[in-house]
Write a protein that binds this ligand. Structure first.
Ligand SMILES: Cc1cc2nc3c(=O)[nH]c(=O)nc-3n(C[C@H](O)[C@H](O)[C@H](O)COP(=O)(O)O)c2cc1C
Length: 185
């Protein structure tokens, strides 16, 4: 797909099924993430791929984090609902910012760069015909989630990119740059 067409037509796909991206497609997607803008070449992004049985383990981690946030056990029904979340796609890419101290690059810029890498990967997936949706939620900001995923305490998860074969495609909304662009003088 032509690059501009991919940029202009990308939409999120929330209903995903198997198959997930092949290893070649994942490689192409991650390579796109590596071309995000990056102040001082810190390469502040880290990607974790969760597939197959690891999704169930991720669901268990979600329950653990939720219970810690609530300070109590959650109901069996609520736990089941959480455990089903990672099963909504064959592949999940966790995108995190690996934060380091830098005299010129504050933390927010490192998080922005990781976010930019997520967006690059979203568009690359779309260009390859792979459905993707960027998900988040309060669990993402918890220390136990970071630890459970093997991240450092000062890292920041910026999103969970769910990837798979689209069940339904929606058209891109008809947005007009005029509504968002002002000529300042
Ligand atoms: C940082 C971030 C977090 C998001 N978290 C969620 C989420 O948890 N659940 C969700 O359904 N959509 C979430 N979204 C929105 C979707 O990824 C998507 O952009 C939105 O549904 C609009 O669809 P579109 O991308 O096709 O325009 C998030 C988007 C961003 C940028």
């Amino acid at each position: 797909m032509d690059a501009l067409h991919a940029l202009h037509s990308r939409t999120s796909v929330n209903l995903l099924t198997t198959p997930g991206p092949t290893s070649e497609q994942l490689d192409a997607i991650v390579r796109a993430g590596l071309r995000a803008c990056d102040h001082a070449n810190l390469r502040p992004w880290r990607f974790l791929l969760i597939e197959g049985d690891a999704r169930a383990k991720f669901g268990d981690l979600m329950v653990k984090v939720k219970e810690e946030m609530e300070g109590a056990r959650i109901s069996a029904e609520a736990a089941e609902k959480l455990k089903c979340k990672p099963m909504r796609a064959p592949s999940i890419l966790v995108v995190a910012a690996k934060i380091s101290k830098h005299e010129k690059v504050p933390e927010v810029e490192q998080v922005l760069s990781a976010g930019a890498s997520a967006q690059m990967m979203m568009t690359a997936a779309h260009a390859l015909g792979i459905g993707a949706i960027w998900r988040s939620g309060s669990l993402m900001f918890q220390s136990t989630m970071r630890a459970g995923l093997g991240l450092d305490e000062n890292d920041q998860i910026v999103g969970f990119i769910y990837l798979g074969t689209p069940k339904i495609l929606k058209p891109a909304p008809n947005l007009d740059p005029v509504d968002y662009l002002t000529h300042w003088s």
